[in-house]
Design a protein around this ligand. Structure first.
Ligand code: HPA
Ligand code: MG
Length: 220
């Protein structure tokens, strides 16, 4: 059986920056292009179809996890609404909501999170919820978010994450829909940031050492 995600192997060296367009202000800060924007689009189209087929004819609340998830969220929603237009016999009424996750301060050992924004999540009660994330790293954050969401009594919760990182300290958590499984490298672009930089880059790229040094201080 085909895997439900695309696995990018550890020895994958990506595309050379000169083969695609990247903003001049980031040219010296990137190692290579791991996933070009066009490939993200093609993969997202397929994930939208999978979501559509699973929820057919029931309303869906798409919950965007900001800020990193915003580009994947808008592209996934665009593709879902295109399916709603093109299919004559099936349609999925869509609602949207937006949350941000914050770590509790001064509790660095627990790593507990709290949800800010969203319509207090009251509107999630009885709904089919699709959480839309950019990346699952260790899986701890998502497991905590899912525990919080359960308290709001949704009818169902599924998770779509564009990326899942292969990490030795992973909890083993797997999203229901995953675009790409990637090596344990720090990636930026397509709304994924490093200290708030690189969200304005279309492709998903690997940051290099000089980029890490240059943007060490958060953008203010
Ligand atoms: N890039 C950006 N944000 C992240 C990453 C990453 O590789 N891993 C976890 N959060
Ligand atoms: Mg995220």
């Amino acid at each position: 059986m085909a895997e439900t995600f695309i696995k990018i192997p550890d020895n994958y060296s990506g595309y050379h920056l000169s083969h695609f367009c990247v903003p001049k202000h980031y040219e010296e800060d990137l190692e290579d292009i791991m996933i070009p924007w066009g490939l993200i689009q093609d993969r997202t189209e397929r994930l939208a179809r999978d979501v559509f087929q699973d929820v057919k004819n029931e309303p869906l609340t798409a919950l965007c996890v900001l800020k990193g998830g915003y580009r994947f969220f808008t592209d996934l929603l665009d593709k879902l609404t295109a399916l709603n237009r093109s299919q004559a016999s099936v349609s999925v009424p869509l609602y949207v909501d937006f949350i941000r996750l914050k770590s509790y301060e001064n509790t660095d050992s627990t790593g507990d999170i709290r949800v800010v924004g969203g319509d207090n999540m009251v509107s999630l009660s009885g709904r089919n919820v699709l959480v839309v994330e950019d990346i699952i790293d260790t899986g701890k954050t998502m497991e905590k978010l899912l525990a919080i969401l359960k308290n709001h009594q949704p009818k169902s919760v599924r998770v779509a994450s564009l990326l899942v990182k292969r990490k030795s300290d992973s909890t083993g958590y797997r999203p229901d829909y995953c675009g790409f499984e990637i090596p344990d490298k720090f990636v930026v672009g397509y709304a994924l940031d490093y200290n708030e930089y690189f969200r304005d880059l279309n492709h998903i790229c690997v940051i290099n050492d000089s980029g890490k040094k240059k943007y060490l201080t958060p953008q203010g």
